[in-house]
Design a binder for this molecule. Structure first.
Ligand SMILES: Nc1ncnc2c1ncn2[C@@H]1O[C@H](COP(=O)(O)OP(=O)(O)OP(=O)(O)O)[C@@H](O)[C@H]1O
Length: 501
């Protein structure tokens, strides 16, 4: 068997006075597909970063293939056969799959004998249980193919233990099942052992054989997947914390708050147009835009936030032309929650308190026109951190030290405080654990019930079906389908998403 087993023994990681991981012992047997569950901020990334040598654990040990290993940096981990696959791709988009594989090798020669390398690659692929086209630029591959290539790359590099960090986040459900099916097969064949971070219970049950659960840095449970129900796993993750349930709709939709007519703009590639003939969102209504990513949703978000120039057409908010300037957004109570908020809505190295004050720091401190009151800012941040349950060691920590889910909560807390008339959101629950998902959806529904008009773009069709009052489908830069959610037919939505209008 090529697969190796890996164990952490009493591993602890402290950041200053904060213990992110405490006395954590996890055993992944050779050939096992082991899932790692935990709510946002539970310590999953910290654990795997210690295993890969990105962090140096404060105490504890690691066993690789039953021998004690001192992993001082990721290169040592690679030499021992440990590799990592991330939710976002690390491939070079303009190079072919073959080129990506060859240049990823540490011993790649400066002058590559491609004839020889191609022969070796073909021999390598012939041994693999699944294939990816080798001679196309990676940018031409679908997301599922790219993730398959990331896994093949690890096997090509001789890795025998893989850490997968939410590997299906950017895949469609069908792609996710295909990729994880191949991973499971590789484990069953004894090629690799896997430790997979995920938030999806369905993936754990369908593909993993063992599971470990972290809560607040401690190992709180786990075992054989076949012995555990989703409720058991949820219970271990959350302890006795209460899970919020989305508030049901109250009241009917009111006047139009957002209106787009005849809006056209270039897409990111500059080759295609975005064309929104008509789009309206009313007060007290959540409108969802479903679609496979890359069909113009990101550009529509940029148009609405004033980051992409329009070529024609008009946007109105509450009947007034709207160009998304900061003053207009403030006057009309328009709020945004873009995807990847750490990069699109935060200054990553500034503190939690500073980031939470961005929207209002120059209007709140009216008593002083020339300098900001640090105390007022900190009071406001502490209040919001408490209300939105943002887990942070301190409001003075840089916001990039927070786990993904907690960055999301912090930004949502900032954007939902005060009166909100129009909320524009993109993929709000990406990478969040189920309790954070429940809470964020509840907050969005509360905003709607308080009278806000909400436009939400999401690649997660379940989210659209659960949250929205009306669903639209975006395909190739156009809205091709528009139906009240209560009357929506999933098959029809899928048909439009796939571009068969
Ligand atoms: N470099 C760091 N400095 C200070 N604190 C950190 C650092 N890295 C992580 N933490 C803290 O350690 C805790 C665990 O974070 P970690 O990223 O491991 O969580 P996670 O389980 O991977 O969460 P998520 O599912 O949201 O990605 C968090 O409270 C986080 O704020």
């Amino acid at each position: 068997m090529k697969a190796i087993g890996v164990e952490t023994v009493h591993m602890t990681m402290q950041f200053g006075a904060f213990t992110a991981l405490e006395d954590c012992s996890i055993k992944v047997s050779p050939g096992s597909f082991h899932a790692l569950l935990g709510e946002n901020g539970a310590g999953k990334s910290t654990l795997v970063k210690c295993m890969m040598g990105f962090y140096h654990a404060t105490s504890g040990e690691m066993l690789v293939d039953r021998r004690e290993a001192r992993i001082t940096d990721p290169k040592v981990a690679h030499t021992l056969g440990l590799g990592m696959v991330y939710q976002h791709f690390t491939l070079v988009p303009s190079l072919t799959a073959a080129e990506n594989l060859v240049i990823s090798r540490e011993d790649a020669p400066r002058i590559i004998d491609w004839c020889n390398e191609h022969k070796k690659l073909q021999a390598f692929m012939a041994r693999m249980p699944f294939q990816v086209p080798l001679d196309q630029p990676v940018q031409a591959l679908a997301a599922g193919e790219k993730q398959k290539l990331e896994i093949l790359k690890q096997l090509y590099l001789g890795r025998r233990f893989l850490i997968l960090d939410e590997p299906t986040s950017v895949l469609t459900p069908a792609e996710a099942d295909e990729v994880l099916g191949h991973v499971r097969q590789l484990c069953e064949d004894g090629e690799i052992s896997v430790l997979m971070i995920t938030h999806k219970f369905r993936e754990v049950t369908a593909f993993a054989d063992a599971v470990s659960v972290l809560r607040r840095g401690k190992l709180v449970g786990g075992g054989r997947v076949s012995d555990l129900s989703h409720a058991d796993m949820a219970g271990m993750m959350m302890g006795d914390a209460e899970i919020s349930k989305p508030a049901p709709r109250s009241g009917a939709a009111g006047a139009k708050v957002l209106e787009l007519s005849g809006v056209t703009a270039r897409d990111r590639s500059g080759l295609r147009d975005i064309q929104i003939d008509r789009l309206a969102v009313r007060a007290g209504e959540i409108v969802g835009i479903a679609g496979i990513s890359g069909n113009g949703q990101m550009e529509l978000m940029e148009i609405l936030t004033g980051q992409r120039p329009r070529r024609s057409g008009e946007i109105k908010v509450k009947g007034t032309p709207y160009d998304a300037t900061r003053n207009e957004a403030r006057a009309h109570n328009v709020r945004y929650l873009p995807e990847e908020p750490l990069f699109n809505a935060c200054a990553p190295r500034m503190t939690v308190a500073e980031n939470m004050d961005f929207r209002s720091f120059d209007t709140n401190d009216r008593q002083s026109r020339f300098w900001l009151s640090g105390r007022n800012m900190r009071n406001r941040a502490s209040d919001l951190v408490g209300k939105f349950k943002v887990q942070t060691t301190s409001i003075d920590s840089p916001i990039n030290a927070l786990s993904g889910g907690n960055v999301q909560r912090a930004v949502l807390a900032r954007e939902l405080s005060g009166d909100v008339d129009l909320l524009i959101i993109s993929n709000p629950c990406f990478g969040l654990d189920f309790s954070a998902v429940g809470e964020i959806r509840t907050r969005i529904m509360q905003a709607r019930n308080a009278g806000a008009a909400v436009l939400i773009m999401s690649e997660d069709l379940d989210e659209i079906m659960e949250l929205t009052d009306r669903v639209l489908v975006m395909s190739e830069g156009r809205i091709t389908y528009d139906v009240p959610t209560a009357e929506a037919d999933i098959a029809m939505i899928g048909h439009h998403m796939a571009g068969h209008a």
